[in-house]
Ligand binder design. Structure first.
Ligand code: AMP
Length: 327
């Protein structure tokens, strides 16, 4: 099995890392291919690819921990095993993860949506993971008078994301010259390499420090869970279990548990604005005329609802984070 990568000059070369990695796990792959049975532990075990080091690594490990999956060994190695879940974790370059998942060397992967769209590999999106949120944006020098995308016609755009940028230009019907570079994209206008750049942005401070302004957002990205298109039934069952845990963790992060004291004369109005998981819990307080109300609130609606509760006489409002949320 050989894998070739395109270099900037259009040459191809075989990645020694890919060959070493493929050899290392050959037995596992061959076993599932050859036996085509469903009973062995190897077949039921899921192989998850995550970033070895970089921005996605820590949050990927944290998510596994929050899902109760214990990866105790091998973080500095290529591969580690969960002690309490049928999962093997491979630590890889995030740019390579879509390829590994398409080929079935890994069954699933945590990777930036931007990388999946750029690589155009045949994998399925399973779930958005809610971390590493960033956007892929076009930026130009601060002094430039940019009105709309037609500014880019005939211009040079420096980027590490030529495929996504070309898709954007095609959608806009614009012809521009894409100059692919692998890093420090933001210096390109300053050194006369390009009139515009397209790069990942989160706070915008790197653009600002390089005298650039953001003029078009062409993609909103975050870490996503992808899967190989040909998982067997056992692997899909393990993935479903893992997904259930991931969704419970995500829901918990997006919600808060609220406890408050409510005057009985406004109890009905207060209950009507507190959705709860089914309906709020209401308990009488020792003090006559008051009740304790417990409910769950969406983080996004939180401040609006708290304002309304206060206006209805709610007191002693306590807000507590939720660790897991099983609905
Ligand atoms: P890196 O470790 O810098 O190679 O980045 C890995 C992935 O993290 C990228 O492919 C994006 O999905 C995401 N990412 C990159 N830059 C940012 C950023 N500024 N803020 C949040 N996520 C980012």
């Amino acid at each position: 099995m050989c894998y070739y990568y395109k270099t900037l000059k259009g040459l191809t070369y075989v990645s020694p890392f890919f060959i070493a990695f493929t050899e290392l796990f050959k037995n596992t792959i061959d076993m599932s291919d050859a036996s085509n049975t469903t009973a062995t532990t190897e077949v039921g075990k899921l192989k998850l690819a995550i970033q070895k080091s970089g921005r996605l690594h820590d949050d990927s490990m944290k998510l596994l921990k929050e899902c109760g999956i214990d990866i105790s060994n091998g973080v500095n190695k290529l591969k580690a095993e969960a002690s309490n879940f049928p999962l093997e974790v491979y630590f890889l370059r995030d740019d390579d993860i879509p390829q590994y998942v398409e080929d079935g060397v890994a069954d699933i992967g945590f990777v930036g949506e931007n990388v999946v769209l750029e690589k155009k590999k045949k994998v399925d999106l399973v779930e958005k993971l809610g971390f590493s949120k960033c956007r892929l944006s076009i930026a130009v020098s601060k002094g430039v008078n940019y009105e709309n995308a037609s500014f880019l016609e005939g211009k040079k755009i420096a980027t590490s994301y030529p495929v996504i940028v070309q898709d954007f230009l095609d959608r806009e019907g614009i012809k521009a010259d894409i100059h692919e570079i692998s890093g420090s994209v933001e210096i390109a206008p300053g050194i006369g390499l390009a009139e515009a750049i397209c790069d990942l942005v989160s706070s915008g401070s790197t653009l600002f420090m390089n005298g650039l302004k953001e003029v078009e957002t062409i993609l909103q990205s975050q870490a996503i869970l992808i899967k190989n298109k040909h998982l067997n039934i056992e692997q899909q069952q393990v993935l479903d279990k893992m997904l259930f845990r991931i969704q419970s963790v995500k829901k918990a992060k997006n919600n808060k548990y609220v406890l408050l004291n409510a005057p009985n004369e406004n109890l009905e109005k207060i209950i009507s604005i507190l959705p709860g998981m089914k309906s709020p819990t209401v308990l009488p307080l020792a003090e006559k005329g008051w009740s304790s109300v417990h409910s769950v609130l969406k983080e996004s609606e939180f401040w609006d609802i708290i304002e309304q509760l206060k206006a209805l006489g709610a007191q002693g409002i306590l807000v507590v984070p939720i660790e897991k949320m099983i609905i």
